[in-house]
Design a protein around this ligand. Structure first.
Ligand code: ATP
Ligand code: MG
Length: 386
């Protein structure tokens, strides 16, 4: 293109040249239009690049002035109170003495009563407890939706108590993904499955259509990506919810009763999706449920009762996600698949399940004999308690 063309648009001065054939004239017009289009695109690109450069310079200046810190920078060594505290190695969720008090008028509810919990990076864990035991409260606190009344909580090295509302939003977008029992809470009903996954990415400013498709493939729903929510079964909706939960590549996936509304077979399917994400993508998975059936399907189970961790079950061997046991899991965790452990919390309290209490003839709110014999702690019914 000549200098003249660049400055003033396409040169069509020779179009009236009668020596030109019809075909040559048509070609000249075509070329002139094409050149004009290219010039237009170039102009827009240059303008966009200049705007981006300005934006980047402004961002760099603001960062220099202390804005736009990463979550790690925000929490690093800035808290006198926490200066001497270090999260144990490899621990991705660390809760210490967590307390949550809800107040409704004059009534106070202690939803968490000094809860201690550590979850290792890459673990898959189920927290099982009755209704009202504090499961959702704990998940909401780990997920950044609620704040504890007291205690300590670190997730992925970040002290959640130090984050302001904006930083918490950043944390929720970057670090955790949520899967709710109520599917309406996970997704927008008038959008299809794929658009729901994409929407979450867009909201975080990171749309990646390939990844959105990949996620639906991972949860086994690629063939239903154009389906809206009401066109999917409960189990399929939950699998879309898992894809949505993973949209922003969270380190931790939190699932609150993910199998609460589906049958046993669908439960096993959903659980195998969690297993895949955990083993193939390294996502730490935390599931809370009242469904004791799930205990067979996860390597580590802790029980929650009255807002505290009770006992803990560690699976003896690796779970084969395709095994019959996985598909036909039965209730309870007393079949010997897991080893049961008690748990002494940060206040040195030991939770004793009802089963052990009654077997040893002990009762709640009563004195108990206590002795150490051959390195073993023995609890027994004291004479005067008969
Ligand atoms: N926003 C709130 N305001 C007041 N009390 C609350 C609130 N959220 C939970 N609670 C109370 O805290 C306790 C624990 O509730 P939470 O929802 O954590 O239980 P849960 O284990 O998830 O139960 P479920 O299995 O029924 O979902 C309950 O006694 C509940 O009534
Ligand atoms: Mg709940």
């Amino acid at each position: 293109m000549s200098v003249k063309e660049k400055e003033t648009g396409p040169d069509i001065s020779n179009l009236n040249d009668s020596a030109l054939s019809k075909k040559e004239r048509a070609e000249l017009i075509k070329k002139a239009k094409q050149d004009a289009k290219e010039a237009e695109i170039r102009k827009k690109t240059e303008a966009r690049e200049a705007a981006e450069k300005l934006k980047a310079e402004k961002f760099a200046e603001e960062k220099k002035a202390g804005k736009h810190k990463t979550l790690a920078e925000i929490t690093e060594g800035k808290d006198d109170y926490e200066q001497d505290f270090k999260v144990p190695d490899n621990t991705v969720v660390y809760c210490e003495n967590l307390v949550k008090l809800y107040k409704i008028g004059d009534i106070e509810v202690m939803a968490l009563q000094g809860l201690d919990l550590s979850v290792q990076d890459g673990e898959m864990i189920a927290i099982i407890g009755n209704s009202g035991s504090g499961k959702s409260t704990l998940m909401n606190i780990i997920g950044g939706l609620d704040r504890p009344t007291a205690g300590r909580i670190y997730v992925n090295g970040i002290n959640l108590l130090k984050l302001d509302d904006n930083q918490m939003l950043q944390y929720m977008r970057e670090t955790v993904g949520f899967v709710w029992q109520n599917t309406a809470r996970n997704m927008i009903p008038y959008l299809n499955a794929l658009d729901n996954v994409k929407l979450v990415m867009q909201m975080a400013g990171r749309l990646d259509s390939n990844r959105a498709n990949e996620l639906l493939e991972i949860v086994g729903l690629e063939h239903r990506k154009k389906s809206k929510m009401h066109e999917l079964s409960g189990g399929e909706q939950q699998r879309v919810a898992i894809a949505i939960g993973l949209a922003n590549k969270p380190k931790i996936l939190l699932a609150d009763e993910p199998t609460g509304a589906v049958d046993t077979k669908t439960t096993a399917q959903i659980m195998s999706v969690f297993h895949r994400l955990n083993s193939e993508m390294g996502v730490t998975v935390i599931i809370v449920t009242h469904d004791r059936q799930l205990s067979h399907m996860v390597p580590r189970v802790v029980t929650i009762s009255d807002g505290r961790i009770g006992t803990e079950f560690i699976r003896r061997e690796e779970i084969d996600v395709n095994s019959d046991e996985m598909m036909n899991a039965t209730a309870g965790h007393d079949s010997g698949s897991h080893i049961e452990y008690g748990f002494i919390d940060g206040r040195r309290r030991l939770f004793i399940p009802e089963y052990y209490l009654s077997k040893a003839g002990l009762r709640e709110k009563s004195k108990v004999g206590i002795e150490v014999k051959d390195g073993k702690l023995e609890l027994f019914k004291p004479e005067d308690n008969d």
